[in-house]
Every structure is written in C-alpha cells, then in structure tokens.
Design a protein around this ligand. Sequence first.
Ligand SMILES: Cc1ncc(COP(=O)(O)O)c(C=O)c1O
Length: 428
Amino acid sequence: MTGSMGKPAIMGGTPAVPKDLVKKWPPVGERDREMVLGSLAGEDHAFGPNCQAFEKEFAAWNGNAHAINTNSGTAALHMSLAACGLSAGDHVLVPAYSWSSSATCVIHHNCIPVFVDIDFDSMNIDPDAIEAAITPRTKAIIVVHLHGLAADMKRILAIAARHNLAVIEDACQAHGALIDGKKAGTFGDCAAFSFNQNKCLCSGEGGMFVTDDEEKRKLACQLWSFGETRTPAESRDYHAYALGWMYRSNDLTAAFGRAQLMMLDEYLETQRANAAVMLEELRGVEGLILPVEPEGYTHNWYNLTPRIDMEALGWDGAPVRMRDAILRALEAEGVPVLVWQRFILPAMTVFQARNAYGRGSPWAEHDAMDIDYSPQSFPSALRHCDTHFAVVTPLRAPNGPDVAEVIAKGIRKVIEHAHRLDVEKILA
Ligand SMILES: Cc1ncc(COP(=O)(O)O)c(C=O)c1O
C-alpha cells in the first residue's frame, strides 16, 4: 500500500498516499445521531438538559468542581479573565505563538496582552522568559498547552505564586494532556476548552469553562449570560448585575458533545498510538526536528508538528520559502498537512496597529502604547512559525496505525529529497 521511497510526486514520482486513504474527523456513529435527534425531539433547544448534563460529565471527566458550557473556547477564555477578577488596564502575559484568541480574549476584557517568547523545543511559553516580562501591572498569565503538550506548570505555578499572578490555562487543544497523571485544566485558577470541529472533542462549535473555585464560577457565570447571577436552569430575574455577554451553548450542540465525550478516551488512545507510529518512522530523518514529549508528560497529539532543520538541509534562504516548497511537495504526495499559524501573535495587525476598539483603545487610555510587540523580540516563536508544518487528521480516529505509517513514509520521502527541490520553481 505504501508509495515507494522513489522520486517525490512533485518531481514526477508516484504519490505515497492513495486518494481517500485518510478518513474524515470526527467519526459520527449511531449514538451521536440518537442523542442529537433526542435533543431535537425534546422541548428545550436553548440551554437545555443536555447542556447541564454535559457540564457535569465534562467536569467529572476532567476532574474539576465546576464547568460552564459555552459556545466557544474563546468565550471560556474571556470568562476566565472575569473569573480571575481582572480589570481594565491590567497586564496579562500570553505566549507569543498561539491561536489569535489566546491573546485577543485579553483585549475583550479591556486588559493589555504582554507577550512572552516560546521555548522552541516544547513550543509552549518559555518559563525562563516570563519574569522579565512581568510589569507592575501584571495580574495574570495565560498558559497555552499548545498542540496537546502541557506547558511546564511546575515552574509556571511557582513563578505565578512569587508574583501573585492568576493562572489561566488555555486548554483548548489539550483534552487529556497530562503531567504526572494530572490533567490539563486542573493546574491553574481556571481553564478554557474548545469543542470546535477540529478539536479532540468536537461538538461542531462549543467550549467549556472549568474551575474548582465557587467564587470564580459565579464571576464567569455572570459574564456568560447577560450579567445575570442565575443560570437559565434557575428562576431568572433577567437583571444585569454586571457587564455580560451571551456565551451560552445550546442543547443540540451539547447532545453531540456528550456523545463524543463518551468516545474521547478511546479517540485519545488512537491519537497516541498513531503518533507513536509516525514518530518511529520519522526518527532520525535528517532535516526534521520532531516534537518532544518530556519525561512525566503525556501528549494528547492534537496534532503532530515537526519543524524543518534548515541548516541540516543546507538551505540558507528564507526558511519560510523552503518550508512552503516542502508543503507543496507533501501536498503532491497526498499527505494532508497544514501550516497551523503563519503569524506569531504580536505580528498580527490588531497588535501592530493597536486597532482593537479604535483610537488606540485599550492601549491608549491605559498608557500602554509602548508595550513591545516587535516580532524580532520573539525569535523562537518566529523560527517555529516559519519552519513548522502540522499533521492533524491522519492522527485521528477512525484512522489507525496503517494510515499513520503511510503518511509518515510520505513525509520521509519528501524530506529525504528536500535538498533537491527547486524551491523558486515550486513557489513561482
Ligand atoms: C490554543 C487555542 N486557543 C483558543 C482557541 C479558540 O477556541 P474556539 O475556536 O472554540 O473559540 C483555539 C481554537 O481555535 C485554540 O487552538
């Protein structure tokens, strides 16, 4: 079934990956259909019984005292800032490389993001760079467990305790990621999960705010539902006690999420097994820097993100050109790959132009126009950004080790021939 290790398809060889080999994510089965149709047959399609059950079941699965079902991971992140008692103008540390809303959620709460470079090996926030970024106004740190590898929580929690900082975990990609057997989303003051289409737990769109602290749950709850203090399951007084948004989920989505949650442990096992096969096949390939799983950590393999070692390939042009040429060669091979993010966060226009609410707000009124957003200040994030590519779907159920092996062989073939690629011609 595997393609020969001959010429890459982009140079006229046979593609390594047969068409239709990789099955789509997520698998949808009888139980998913039954539960979604059950919700449809019910009477409450807004914040209904499935939402409440999903909250309880997810909290139990992850080991949190409280969970609030949201319409996105971004909503849960915004709620986390409110839960931690942050106020306008407070500084919040955020890794320089993540999804946009790991940082824009800070602006949603009228606070100011301050970026910290990543550690190249783990791709997570660099604990060695955190203290230098703390200002007298820093009140919290958002830790992203990127691509399903938990950040170094032992060191981060120690730094946060020393500087009295709240710790918010962006666990949007980190369902079931562990440090010494403890789950992501149970280390900090609160955490946000995402259930959007390509997450390890998919409910179409959706998310979950989790915390162990009842006061934080209450604050998050207000922001979640119009500033009210009672949930839709209680007798509401429809009074806005604080500034609130409408971040609630709905019953159909939650029904799908509940059905998928029943499969989550099995799906995560599949991801781990598939990643192990890919890593085994790719180990030792010159020109690839493979992702790490440090001792004591359990990766969930949300995706598998190698970086290209430009020096090993003898490439001294712009790294992004070689990476993009390799991406085209992988596509020609039939390997489904993507660039997860083409921009580091500080380079995004919203930060460069400080155009969030217009007229420089919120930076201008909080005397924060000189916060350093120059991309060169985050060299590891830049290097990672320009040299990575990510494999997602082949790791996911229902794909198994046979698929993972074919995909890895396709990657190996391309990288082993990368020094012969005509980069300029491919990208012309
Ligand atoms: C690291 C990270 N944080 C936050 C989010 C936002 O999640 P959502 O799309 O559910 O708002 C995502 C997903 O897109 C993500 O990958």
